[in-house]
Each structure stands twice: as structure tokens, then as C-alpha cells.
Design a protein around this ligand. Structure first.
Ligand SMILES: *Cc1c(COP(=O)(O)O)cnc(C)c1O
Length: 371
């Protein structure tokens, strides 16, 4: 890779990325160079991550558990609090068991690369998250990509190809991270049953947003062959991820998922803080729902989830809009290829429980003047 040329090319095409440095965060407000901004781009959908009211709870966790985990789970990094959290997460997802991973990216790599290999097939939605895509690649299974949320296309691919492979899986985000739309899980589950495949569902943006689980949202139950990945760093407001499935699958991942085996366990105080934060979910979901409806109404962008894509198309123009919003006190980064497909650069607006009606109204007014 030619480093200098790559960076120049990126700049030329408005695809260069730069870090923003935040000095302080309080709820949905962040401070940069001493100035206060309203954050409309975080995934802290329930506004738990920077809530001072939870500090007492969290302090107790630190006092009890220290700062690190000291080793991988299979060595000496497995504490009672990890297992307590796993039980709660399994209950939340209505599965037999759950297994913590260090983060969602690692969880997806671990699930896909352990369960699927040479001679197997993965059927993957074209807009799946990068971590699922990388998991597919790492697995060495044959990957079939179906059109976004298109169950007819998926069925066609299954009909033509399924029988040539041993193990197979349908893989999808439940709520798509850059579009905020919802995968047709009921239909996908039916196809998984008809064609004897696993159904792997990434609930990163669903947990704590459309309920405890996307399966609940569709009023369907996880089966023996469903695997749900959930993250803790988004609506739950801490850090880490988990896989929820049968006890048998948990046993398999403990023994086979390399991103579980060969990495240091989540610090136990994080597991403890996560348990505390889980208690807050229910009381905040209504407020989030209210805010979703208000933002929908005021901006005209339709979404059932906390993610509102405002598709602009051109990367340069999207970047410009993002900068203008920044001048007006809003943080909404420009999402550009390769995060989204060519020609679909966008502002990805996310709303959280902590936004006031005034914050949402101000944003909507700012968008109207700019667009
Ligand atoms: C954020 C995200 C992940 C990765 O989770 P991390 O815990 O941040 O590593 C995986 N899948 C989707 C859909 C995501 O949005």
C-alpha cells in the first residue's frame, strides 16, 4: 500500500477521515474546544453512557471488581459476575445461554469463522455490517450475497445452491446500522427452517431499542438454529458484546471461537456496570420511542428505529452539510463509502432518550435551512 498516495486519493475524493476529539460528555451533549454540541450521531440510544446519576452504581462495581480481568476467560479471567451477566442476557434474548465477547466485531468474527468453513455456505444481506462481512471472509465459506431485505432473491439463491454445501447460514443485521430499517426476520426464520440453515442475527442496534430482542419485535422465538449477537457498547451504554443461543452452541463457541479463546476477558467491573445499566433500560425505552416519533414527524424522514439516514448522494456535499451542522452546534458526521455503497453518502442522524424536544426541534429547523 502506498501510504502517501492513498491518503491523497482519499482527500481528492472527499473520502478522507479525521478524528474529532471530545473533551467531555454529559448525556447527549459533548464539548469540543470548550464549545457545547448536541450529539445526534452516537449509538448510546438510551443515554446511559454519560449519565452522572449512575455514577454511584458504577463506583461500587469498581470497588468490588478492580480495573482489569487479568486473563482470557479460559485461563483465570472468568468471574462470577461474567456468568451472572450472561444469564441475564440469555433471559433478555429468550435463549438458553449467552456468551460474552470483548466486542461485537470480535463476536461476529468468532461466530462465523468457527461455525462455517470450507464446503459451507453463507447467505448474506448486501448491507450487512463490516464485521459480518469480515467474518464471512475469514470463515472461507462460499458467500452468496442477496439484495437488501429481498427474501425472494434469497430464496432463489437457497433453492439453486443450498444442496451443494454442508452447513449453511443466513446472516443479517436486524436493524441495519446505516439505514435504520429492519430485516424481515419472520420470513428469514422460515427460510432458515425450510432450507436447514442457521440464522445469525446481529442485534447491535436493536437491543434496548425495539425491545429486548428483534425476535420479540416480530413475536417469533429463537430456535435451536438461531444465533443472536448483541452489543453492550450501544444502547446498554457500557462495552462488550455477547452471543445468545443454545447451551450447546455456547459450549461450541467456548471451544472453537478464536476471538473468544485468545483474548483477555472483559474486565469484571464492566460486566458489573452492565448489569446495573440493564436495570435502566425499561424506564428509558418509552422516552426513546417518543423522540423517534418526534424526529420522524419534524423531519419527514421515516424510521421505526433510532437511526435516521438523510441520503445526500455526493460525498463532498455530505461533508459540507456535516460541517455546516457542526457550526450550528450539532454533531452528525458524513457517512461515506466504503461504509455505505457508492453514491449513497449520507448524514446518519441518531436520536437518543436524552434528547429534549427542543434539541430535536432545533435540529429539524437547522436541517430545513440547510437543505
Ligand atoms: C457496532 C456494530 C458492531 C460491532 O460492535 P462493537 O461492539 O462496536 O465492536 C457489529 N455489528 C453492527 C451491526 C454494529 O453496528
Amino acid at each position: 500500500m502506498e501510504v502517501d498516495r492513498t491518503l491523497e486519493e482519499l482527500k481528492k475524493h472527499n473520502l478522507y477521515r479525521k478524528l474529532k476529539t471530545i473533551e467531555r460528555a454529559e448525556g447527549v451533549y459533548v464539548y469540543i474546544n470548550g464549545k457545547r454540541f448536541v450529539n445526534f450521531s452516537s449509538n448510546d440510544y438510551l443515554s446511559l453512557a454519560f449519565d452522572k446519576r449512575l455514577a454511584e452504581n458504577h463506583k461500587k462495581c469498581l470497588e468490588r471488581w478492580g480495573s482489569g480481568s487479568s486473563a482470557a476467560r479460559l485461563v483465570t479471567g472468568n468471574f462470577t459476575v461474567h456468568e451472572e451477566l450472561e444469564k441475564k442476557l440469555a433471559k433478555m434474548k429468550k435463549t438458553e445461554a449467552a456468551l460474552l465477547f470483548t466486542c461485537g466485531y470480535m463476536a461476529n468474527l468468532g461466530i462465523l469463522s468457527s461455525l462455517l468453513g470450507n464446503g459451507d455456505a453463507i447467505f448474506s444481506d448486501e448491507l450487512n455490517h463490516a464485521s459480518l462481512i469480515d467474518g464471512c471472509r475469514l470463515s472461507k465459506a462460499k458467500v452468496f450475497i442477496y439484495k437488501h431485505r429481498d427474501v425472494d432473491h434469497l430464496e432463489e439463491l437457497l433453492k439453486t445452491n443450498r444442496s451443494e454445501f454442508k452447513t449453511a447460514a443466513i446472516v443479517t443485521d436486524s436493524i441495519f446500522s446505516m439505514d435504520g430499517d429492519i430485516a424481515p426476520l419472520d420470513k428469514l426464520l422460515k427460510l432458515a427452517e425450510d432450507y436447514n440453515t442457521y440464522l445469525i442475527v446481529d442485534d447491535a442496534h436493536a437491543t434496548g431499542v425495539i425491545g429486548n430482542s428483534s425476535f420479540d419485535f416480530f413475536d417469533i422465538k429463537p430456535t435451536e438454529k438461531t444465533i443472536i449477537m448483541g452489543t453492550l457498547g450501544k444502547a446498554i451504554g457500557t462495552f462488550g458484546a455477547f452471543v445468545a443461543s443454545t447451551s450447546r452452541m455456547k459450549e461450541f463457541f467456548v471451544n472453537r471461537a478464536r476471538t473468544f479463546i485468545f483474548t483477555t476477558a472483559i474486565p469484571p467491573h464492566i460486566a458489573c456496570m452492565t448489569i446495573k445499566n440493564l436495570q435502566e433500560i425499561k424506564s428509558r425505552m418509552n422516552k426513546l420511542q417518543e423522540n423517534i416519533e418526534l424526529l420522524s414527524k419534524l423531519t419527514g424522514i421515516k424510521s421505526q428505529t433510532a437511526i435516521f439516514p438523510l441520503i445526500v448522494g455526493d460525498s463532498g456535499r455530505t461533508l459540507q452539510l456535516s460541517e455546516k451542522l457542526f457550526e450550528k452546534g450539532f454533531i452528525i458526521p458524513a457517512i461515506r463509502p466504503p461504509t455505505v455503497p457508492e453514491g449513497t453518502a449520507r448524514l446518519r442522524i441518531t436520536v437518543a432518550a436524552g434528547h429534549t424536544a427542543e434539541d430535536i426541534k432545533n435540529l429539524s429547523d437547522a436541517l430545513k435551512t440547510l437543505i
